[in-house]
Ligand binder design. Structure first.
Ligand code: ATP
Length: 223
């Protein structure tokens, strides 16, 4: 249960959650909903990625990924979507998007970026990863199958320097802390959903029905 002090403070934190969302699924939605409830976030804005050309491209187009996110969050007052990364011609790095958000919100606004535990483990691969905490806090959701030890000693030391165990501390400053949330483990990945669809298997209980219907109507993730 959230303590009321924490909940009152973190209502002012502007939280963002980036992803490819190819497709969006319960492994994205459920842990973030639990996190929001635990620490008292009022809103979480989903930021679908523009995937750089040198990486494996999503199977769904940017517009289809955006449409699926909108269907997944329809009627849920916690979530919003911001499609700024999809509107750019060039792929945008998370740090650049966060710097833009920081400029828009001002130096005093508390900003948080939410990631899954797998992303934390190899954060050192992200463009200018060491600058992330100068613009936001990091909120980390648990993900099944990912050990706690980080991939490099440098990343581990950075984590230990900035980690806080009490979410209420995030209200002490506008950026700079890492909080590992005790969120439910949801064993779903977009890769698994795409594989199941390719194999003609159902994906019931892995993602919202509205998103499943959209996938069917668009003929997505078929051979
Ligand atoms: P793929 O299987 O295609 O790599 P994915 O399911 O990991 O995709 P992404 O859109 O790449 O989904 O992930 C966006 C964010 O959501 C990342 O920070 C990732 O760590 C987090 N995330 C994805 N699935 C889960 C899950 N089951 N539990 C917790 N976090 C998750």
């Amino acid at each position: 249960m959230p303590d009321t002090l924490t909940a009152r403070h973190l209502a002012t934190v502007d939280a963002f959650f980036g992803g490819t969302f190819d497709p969006v699924h319960y492994g994205h939605l459920k842990p973030v909903e639990a996190l929001a409830q635990q620490v008292g976030l009022n809103t979480v804005t989903l930021l679908p990625n523009n995937v750089p050309p040198h990486r494996p491209q999503p199977e769904a187009t940017a517009q289809q990924r955006l449409a699926m996110v909108k269907l997944a969050i329809a009627g849920n007052p916690l979530f919003r979507v911001d499609d700024r990364e999809l509107q750019r011609e060039t792929p945008s790095y998370t740090i650049e998007t966060l710097e833009t958000l920081r400029k828009e919100r001002g130096a005093k606004a508390s900003l948080a970026f939410i990631i899954g535990q797998d992303s934390l483990l190899n954060l050192y691969k992200w463009h200018r990863w060491e600058s992330l905490l100068s613009v936001c806090h990091l909120l980390v959701c648990a993900r099944p199958g990912y050990r706690r030890q980080l991939d490099t000693p440098q990343l581990q030391a950075w984590f230990e320097e900035h980690a806080v165990t009490c979410a209420g501390r995030l209200s002490e400053k506008a950026a700079g802390f890492i909080y590992m949330a005790d969120t439910p483990l949801v064993n779903v990945s977009a890769t698994e959903i795409r594989k199941r669809r390719h194999a003609g298997q159902d994906c019931d209980h892995l993602l919202p029905v509205a998103v499943q219907n959209y996938i069917d109507s668009q003929g997505l993730y078929r051979e």
